[in-house]
Design a protein around this ligand. Sequence first.
Ligand code: UD1
Ligand code: CA
Length: 456
Amino acid sequence: MNLSVVILAAGQGTRMRSALPKVLHAIGGAPMLSHVIHTARALEPDAIHVVYGHGGEQVRAALSELAVQWVEQARQLGTGHAVAQALPRIAAEQTVLVLYGDVPLTRADTLQRLLLAAEGGALGLLTAHLDDPSGYGRIIRDAQGDVIAIVEHKDASDEQRRITEINTGMLAVSAAQLQKWVAALDNKNVQGEFYLTDVIAMAVRDGIKVKTVHPASVSEILGINNKQQLAELERSYQRQRAEQLMLLGVTLRDPARLDVRGELSVGRDVTVDINVVFEGAVSLGDNVSIGPNCYLRDVVVGDGVVLQPNSVIEEASIGAGSRIGPFARIRPGTVLADEVHIGNFVEVKKSELGRGSKANHLSYIGDATVGARVNIGAGTITCNYDGANKFQTIIEDDVFVGSDTQLVAPVTIGAGSTIGAGSTITKNAPPGELTLSRAPQQTRKGWKRPVKKKKE
Ligand code: UD1
Ligand code: CA
């Protein structure tokens, strides 16, 4: 099928009460409009036209990586007028599929069924039965049950308002026909708009069959006009993501307390406890276990890794068998080899740690290259910043850094060396030796604590 998709996205979205154009508000971490574009793409159309208006430049800039045709609708004169802006760019032999930029959760297979309905010169119309149809255009059928028109809620009689079958706004029909009908639209209605919905009656008049298709679930056709609806659809979306993950074999302690905002790939036997947030591109190996309240953004996690509760990991790679947290912070540019242990209140930034190395308590490791089997004692800090520039710390294999040590970069700690607890290391420490900087310990024999003077 020669398909052109037209996505209507020019609406203002005043009810969002936001400076951000409505279609840029995020579902699952991505602008709602990008979900519609991705779904449209799955249908392999020849072109996707996005009709934009409000905050147009911002919308185009935010989605500049998506290959779509941008069509401006300078004034929002109605859905029919919006489609009319795109039609001159669409060849007559194409099939046009109309979607809405603020209806993000429509499934591609539903749209495939809609396109199928439009085959052979029919008009495919996506409709749904709603318990509360108010606000929507109503589907008017004749005695035979054939669709003959759509009447907008505001234009409808009381009797028509009792109809529960509503127009979702999505339809598919030949471009040649649509061009003819849209050109004939007027705005003689309660809202003074050019209604796309008026083409239905025109189609029927021209002897075109209107075939209706229903979505698999109502969330597929729900639009977003305010923050409540945004939150509701976010929950629907997250529920779907959770279901997909469970079908892939992931154990979710509670599918309602998980957020995936990006691409998440998973191995076998992954377990995710509650309130975990995944952002960007995250990949989890086999047998990964993630404790409650962890945040992962753009992370590669190797097989058998245990992330203990309340760990925050961004732009990092965690080697197989590593154990992180609880309360660990792994910052961008960190690469941990296999079997690394990062414990509570440890912050690691832009550093590499070799196989089997450990920093189990209360440390800051920044701009460091740490070898294998290194033990970093509690309270160790790489002093990587002099207030102006950052410097590197190199800790070679098999080093033991005693607790409460400052390593003032640039500095190299030689392989197999030991740093005495409480040291401030400002010069390179030679391999294999004990290095320490420590004021000698003193004992003042017979010294007495001061006592409080008695008041007279
Ligand atoms: C429209 C339908 C209605 C349907 C409902 C489903 C018409 C006349 N009515 O009503 O039958 O039940 O959607 O939600 O089509 N838009 C533009 N330019 C415009 C006007 C709208 O791009 O000039 C876009 C909006 O951004 C939105 C979509 O078209 O994505 C629908 O517009 P909206 O104002 O929400 O239509 P409704 O009046 O709700
Ligand atoms: Ca609407």
